[in-house]
Ligand binder design. Structure first.
Ligand code: FMN
Length: 245
């Protein structure tokens, strides 16, 4: 951010990630404070986020790290985010874990409608307090929630299915897929190999108005997801703010 003209760098888009990885310095040299946000997948940062942040090298710049998780567990994601940015040369002055509606809410309702007004109020007040922060946070100061998902290297995501007869060829899914693995011609995955790169984010399912991309899955998988998210579906967690002032 600069105070006058905040710049948005959307590393969710596969094409922009490629450009950013090649010349991250060009994008980051002009900024005074970077607010970096990433979702939590299986207690970790998603692989595309890790690969992108590993290319960062700056000097004398401040940063705030935000992880967004689905009310279950933020695992090692926030600590790793702080570690990556510190390794990239940033002074991390603030960090937070906020809650977003769970990507698998169609299977079990978790964190519905979040971030809600209460979350946004906390985010706004945290945002305005950051300007006065001068601490340099160390990764060890960031709490972790170590369960078997965050310990494992696996991501175990649900891969959406394609229903050819429902496809209107509007290409919304092609545009929103952060992995660029959907064919603009067919609406299906470009090939079987690329299908294995799907991170299960459900962006294509959310984007498709025609029911051509669906989160159809086996009963056993649904059962597992419900089991894993049962507690998160009935207990509300609040944002974590560091420092908490
Ligand atoms: C593959 C996958 C794994 C996830 N793992 C977790 C998790 O370990 N803990 C959690 O609380 N939420 C988890 N979530 C939920 C997301 O962190 C949450 O819904 C977030 O708001 C998604 O942001 P996005 O839509 O930008 O990807 C997971 C979501 C996906 C798709």
């Amino acid at each position: 951010m600069t105070k006058e003209n905040p710049l948005l760098l959307n590393i969710t888009q596969a094409k922009f990630r490629l450009k950013f990885k090649e010349e991250s310095g060009t994008y980051l040299n002009g900024i005074d404070h970077l607010i970096v946000g990433a979702p939590v997948y299986a207690g970790k940062l998603p692989l595309p986020v890790i690969e992108t942040l590993n290319t960062i090298k700056v000097k004398d710049k401040q940063c705030t790290c935000i992880a967004v998780y689905g009310n279950r567990d933020y695992g090692v994601a926030l600590r790793d985010l702080v570690k990556k940015m510190t390794n990239g040369g940033f002074s991390v002055v603030a960090a937070g874990a906020f809650i977003g509606q769970h990507s698998y809410y169609r299977i079990i309702r978790v964190a519905m409608g979040r971030p809600d007004e209460s979350d946004l109020k906390i985010a706004r007040s945290f945002g305005s307090s950051i300007a006065n922060h001068s601490v340099n946070l160390l990764p060890e100061q960031i709490p972790v929630q170590l369960d078997r998902f965050s310990r494992s290297r696996e991501y175990s995501a649900l891969v959406p299915a394609f229903v050819a007869e429902s496809c209107s060829n509007c290409r919304e899914c092609v545009e929103t897929c952060p992995m660029d693995i959907i064919s603009p011609e067919s609406g299906d995955y470009k090939n079987a190999d690329l299908k294995t790169k799907c991170i299960g984010c459900m962006a294509c399912v959310n984007a498709c108005e025609y029911g051509a991309r669906i989160d159809k899955t086996s009963w056993i998988m649904k059962f597992m997801v419900k089991l894993i998210l049962r507690k998160a579906s009935v207990t509300r967690t609040e944002p974590l703010l560091i420092p908490n002032s």
